[in-house]
Design a protein around this ligand. Structure first.
Ligand SMILES: Nc1ncnc2c1ncn2[C@@H]1O[C@H](COP(=O)(O)OP(=O)(O)OP(=O)(O)O)[C@@H](O)[C@H]1O
Ligand SMILES: [Mg+2]
Length: 257
């Protein structure tokens, strides 16, 4: 098992006064190799509003037409990514921001024509990430990819759900941990309480019943995918102090798989 930790930081907790980035730096000093995949949901929605572009989600995925894609790329790979690099640097880390379109990191194809330029990851080239990790950097990944049709890349960017990207990256790297830092304590079950451990069967039932919905759906799917390749997958409350450390040490939140 590797010493790699993939931490997905949700747009929902970005900018909250959490300790995630300090935790990342502390873990790196302990010999863990952390990597961040980030979302940017609320900020993207703000910018879309400013530009008069309407927003619509289907099963937790943002329907992405050409104008939406421009804003998604600008905000995700630009503002959000570089702000995280700045914050990690200020916390004492050495971070490099990279998008999935760079270095052939994420190969994707259109997931569903109805969703527009939304990609499904078909392959992860781990080399750019492993090179950065080997050099002691914390890679900060914006979930954007180049579109592939069959065996050929095309001149088109795709919007990838950050949770899906994190799951694909964690699986490809055989990461030891995959932690989703979000704005809830974990996965709420039917009784409204947070579930400590969620099996694949329970996850299926709760999704079918509509208890797991919206933005939680891609997270659970990513957890299940990564858990199948031996990764310990946890959904944790990114607003709490020390959430990342506790998630990997004690499984605080919901452990999925
Ligand atoms: N069963 C459930 N338990 C807990 N939260 C749930 C559940 N079903 C749906 N949710 C929703 O999922 C949300 C978290 O996903 P969301 O996509 O909004 O945030 P994020 O992924 O952290 O941020 P971003 O998408 O901006 O990167 C919660 O705020 C909650 O409203
Ligand atoms: Mg989300």
């Amino acid at each position: 098992m590797s010493d790699i930790l993939v931490a997905k930081i949700g747009g929902s907790t970005l900018g909250a006064h959490d300790t995630t980035l300090a935790d990342v730096v502390a873990l790196q000093r302990r010999g863990v190799r952390p990597l961040i995949v980030h979302g940017g949901g609320p900020l993207i929605s703000d910018w879309l509003k400013t530009h008069g572009v309407p927003t619509r989600f289907e099963r937790g995925l943002r329907v992405t037409d050409a104008r939406t894609l421009e804003v998604v790329v600008a905000v995700l790979a630009g503002l959000v990514n570089k702000r995280l690099v700045a914050a990690l640097t200020a916390a004492g880390g050495r971070a490099v921001g990279i998008s999935g379109a760079d270095g052939g990191l994420l190969k994707a194809r259109v997931l569903d024509e109805k969703l527009g330029h939304v990609g499904e990851v078909v392959e992860v080239d781990t080399r750019p990430l492993l090179d950065l990790l080997d050099d002691g950097f914390v890679p900060v990944v914006a979930p954007i990819a180049v579109e592939w049709r069959g065996e050929a890349p095309v001149d088109q960017l795709l919007n990838i759900n950050a949770d899906t990207a994190a799951g694909a990256v964690a699986s490809a790297l055989s990461a030891r941990w995959l932690v989703f830092l979000t704005d809830v304590p974990g996965i709420r079950g039917e009784d409204g309480e947070t579930v400590a451990n969620l099996s694949p069967a329970q996850a299926g039932l709760l999704t079918e019943a509509g208890v797991i919905e919206g933005g939680m759906i891609p997270k659970v799917e990513a957890c299940l995918q990564a858990a199948a390749s031996g990764c310990r997958s946890v959904i944790a409350d990114g607003r709490r102090t020390g959430a990342l450390l506790e998630a990997i040490e004690d499984g605080t939140g919901t452990v999925v798989g």
